[in-house]
Design a binder for this molecule. Structure first.
Ligand code: 5GP
Length: 177
């Protein structure tokens, strides 16, 4: 069905166990880096499932915020990022981790870090489940990376194709047949 719509082949990349194990590692690393507590800011919409699983693997005190951005249409980035939902809480003086589903060009991360830095958090780090190093154009470093992947479009575990398929429990890659 997806293959018919996109003309691409759907290939499994990470199954539920791969994701659970890696999210657990990331949660342990974050808990040990921030024993006093941390504020997680999930980037909507793609990170909502990752954030839900990640915070349940974090053992230090944790607060959760979301910020909504829009930058993609179909399988192509538009290069223009805009905020669709802002934070509800103040992050001044807090240790903050911005949590992305995937870093492709890194434009979204660069834009959001610039927006958040002026709100004076005590520290600001980046965590992403997936990273596409060959597409990166950004200035900031990634602090926590779940998996590095190639540039092909992926769906599932929160990641969509035109608003659909976010509920797939594993991550699948769309590749040229
Ligand atoms: P960037 O600004 O790093 O180029 O893109 C970041 C955003 O683009 C991600 O948060 C995600 O919403 C979307 N994106 C980038 N690559 C993919 C992909 O392979 N699959 C999906 N579903 N979204 C992607």
């Amino acid at each position: 069905m997806i293959e018919e719509i996109t003309g691409k082949k759907l290939v499994p990349l990470f199954d539920e166990k791969d994701l659970k194990d890696r999210v657990k590692d990331l949660g342990e690393q974050i808990s040990s880096d921030f024993p006093e507590g941390v504020t997680i800011i999930g980037v909507l919409k793609g990170s909502f499932i990752f954030v839900a699983d990640l915070v349940r693997e974090i053992t230090c005190p944790v607060q959760v915020e979301f910020i909504g951005v829009s930058s993609y249409e179909g399988t192509e980035t538009t290069g223009h990022v805009r905020i669709t939902n802002d934070l509800t809480g103040d992050i001044a003086g807090k240790d903050v981790i911005l949590v992305e589903d995937i870093v492709d060009t890194g434009n979204t991360i660069d834009y959001l870090l610039n927006v958040l830095e002026v709100r004076s958090p005590s520290s600001l780090r980046i965590c992403t489940l997936l990273s596409k190093p060959e597409c990166h154009q950004m200035q900031h470093q990634l602090d926590y990376v779940g998996f590095q992947i190639t540039k092909e479009f992926v769906i599932g575990y929160g990641l969509d194709l035109e608003g659909r398929y976010r509920q797939l429990p594993s991550i699948m890659q769309l590749i040229d047949p």
